[in-house]
Design a protein around this ligand. Structure first.
Ligand code: SAH
Length: 563
């Protein structure tokens, strides 16, 4: 199993602590003490400074003391300060201690030891071995807080990373998070009042919970209660898929309009803008149906890239990744499919009508799909629709995830002596039914798309006969067959879980899902990565193979020392 630290020691448990009204003891009055005091106040805590009358008190500290926001106990530290200066409701034990005297001062080690014994979190400046916690380099924007640690390797680098990450975020992200948070609460309350979604908010307040693996489960059309909670799903999905740039520009009016459209059981009317296709049409619209590749923007073909740059209107699937959408010029009208389990058909229809309306206006429409448009993308249905309306699309292929995900995971789909054929199939049949599992062919690599939400049922169907299968003629896949789950292939947060049919479900349960992802099965999975003896699975995080392929625009920097 993977060591989360990659050999750099255990990872710190990073948490967001509610320190409101807590008592923070700060030993010392130097500039570091002033910084600690400021942090405590930011967190709503009550700092108490311990330093003798004679101490040289940093001026911002004096300001806090004279304004009454910090208290100064004018003497040396005493052991019983830890158990007498705290809040009454916790028996006067202080909540947190910051020692700013430095590690070589014997008092620092003494206080650290006492604190550990009393289970009081303690931080000693410049002495990691005396700390039970360290502070993060942080960036805040409203309710958003980002913290960075280099585990003591370099605080300069940590603050540089913080700056660069912050620079990457769009302005007003904090406001947008706040707005979406209140929509979420409103939906939850409305659904609750209507007696629908008693558990929709479960665990979601904890940012670490991410997405449940049942998230993409198909909802059948007659599953009424699931259909009613689709507004909540819509919200979850725009949070997951919309580019940040677009999320921050969402307004209260936008939200109201969308919620209204979703509040009744019928879907929103397609936005046809009243175009009737007759008046004033001078040029004929054209439509391109293109694939955008597996995820990384560098996987776009030049043809698709050019189509993105020249389209008047772009209709993109939800799965088209944000970095690809970022390439769309600002002036271009973009719509992202409101497709989610249970409303795929309506969303598809809405999109087709939107495309048609634009074509009748004489616009050039780009229908952008993920991967390749004809591989599980309903591409041919759309082709037919537009052709029947008199607009035959130009179809541009895209790099399909079915072939590229395995490649990015170092799995050769064919390999001499191991695999001489490849089968691409879906793990989900029509209307969510289970498809017929393929029979075992030892020299075949099988790629299952749309399969991870029902992984255990799929693996079971590959390795055992179902009760209904009375013929039992299909050859079953041996449990030792190598396999791999590849998620977010080609993206920086790509993840690969390598295992065998026997253990893959457990491994995936442990890893949690990171959609979109697919399953590769067959001996080819072990050509370039053989597991160590006794290892049941391996989890590999991240992919940066496409980084650094651009020519550096900046000239090299050399530092010349001033004489
Ligand atoms: N037309 C697309 C496939 C659409 S079906 C293509 O050619 O790639 C959607 C499925 O594609 C997902 O359920 C997942 O199984 C797979 N998929 C899409 N992008 C992926 C990616 N970057 N990594 C792994 N699987 C992906």
């Amino acid at each position: 199993m993977k060591d989360a630290s990659n050999g750099f020691g255990p990872a710190p448990l990073m948490t967001a602590w509610n320190a409101e009204s807590q008592i923070h003891l700060i030993v010392g009055a130097n500039p570091v003490a002033a910084a600690r005091c400021a942090k405590s106040l930011e967190a709503g805590a009550k700092p108490i400074i311990i330093a003798p009358e004679t101490a040289d008190v940093h001026f911002t500290l004096s300001e806090h003391i004279s304004s009454g926001s910090a208290q100064w106990v004018r003497r040396e530290f005493q052991d019983n300060d830890l158990t007498t200066l705290g809040r009454e409701e916790v028996d006067r034990v202080v909540d947190t201690v910051f020692v700013t005297l430095g590690g070589s001062e014997p008092l620092s080690a003494h206080i650290s030891k006492l604190c550990r014994r009393l289970r009081i979190p303690v931080n000693v400046t410049d002495a990691p071995e005396l700390c039970s916690f360290t502070l993060l380099s942080t960036y805040s924007d409203g309710p958003l807080h980002i913290g960075i640690t280099t585990s003591g390797r370099g605080c300069k680098l940590a603050s540089r990373l913080r700056r660069e990450i912050a620079a990457f975020l769009p302005a007003n992200l904090g406001l947008a998070i706040d707005r979406l948070g209140s929509v979420r609460r409103r939906l939850w309350e409305e659904d609750n009042d209507a007696g629908l979604g008693e558990s929709n908010m479960d665990g979601e307040d904890d940012d670490a919970s991410g997405q449940r693996h049942t998230f993409n489960t198909l909802v059948t059309e007659n599953d009424a209660s699931a259909a009613k909670t689709r507004r909540m799903r819509w919200l979850s999905q725009i949070c997951e898929y919309w580019p940040l740039r677009k999320l921050v520009s969402i307004t209260d009016e936008d939200i109201d309009a969308i919620l209204k459209a979703y509040s009744s059981n019928k879907e929103a009317e397609p936005e046809t803008n009243g175009v009737n296709g007759v008046n004033g049409v001078s040029k004929k619209g054209k439509i391109i149906l293109a694939g955008s590749g597996p995820g990384h923007p560098d996987m776009l073909t030049r043809a698709t890239y050019n189509a993105i740059q020249t389209a008047d209107i772009i209709l993109a699937d939800k799965l088209v990744p944000a970095p690809v959408l970022e390439l769309i010029p600002r002036r271009t009208e973009v719509h992202i499919a409101r497709k989610f389990p249970g409303n795929a058909d309506q969303a598809q229809e809405e999109f087709l009508q939107m495309g048609l309306a634009a074509l009748r206006k004489g616009q050039s429409v780009l229908r952008l799909k993920q991967g390749d448009p004809y591989l599980y993308g309903r591409g041919a249905e759309e082709f037919e629709f537009f052709r029947d309306e008199g607009y035959t699309p130009v179809v541009l292929p895209g790099i399909t995830s079915a072939m590229s995900a395995s490649l990015f995971a170092d799995i050769p789909a064919t390999h001499r002596g191991v695999s001489d054929q490849v089968l691409v199939c879906t793990g989900t049949g029509r209307k969510g039914a289970a498809p017929v599992p393929p029979a075992y062919v030892p020299t075949q690599t099988v790629v299952f798309l749309m399969a991870l939400h029902r992984l255990s049922a799929l693996i079971e169907s590959l390795t055992t006969y179902s009760a209904e299968d009375s013929t039992r003629t299909r050859t079953l896949w041996p449990k030792e067959t190598p396999c791999a789950i590849v998620e977010r292939a080609s993206c920086p947060d790509q993840r690969v879980v390598r295992s065998t049919l026997e253990h893959i479900c457990l491994a995936f349960e442990e890893a949690g899902s990171r959609p979109p992802g697919l399953l590769v099965v067959g001996a080819s999975c072990h050509v370039l990565h053989r597991p160590a003896q006794g290892q049941k699975w391996v989890i590999e995080e991240g992919f940066h193979g496409l980084d650094g392929l651009h020519r550096e625009l900046d000239a090299p920097i050399s530092l010349i020392e001033e004489k």
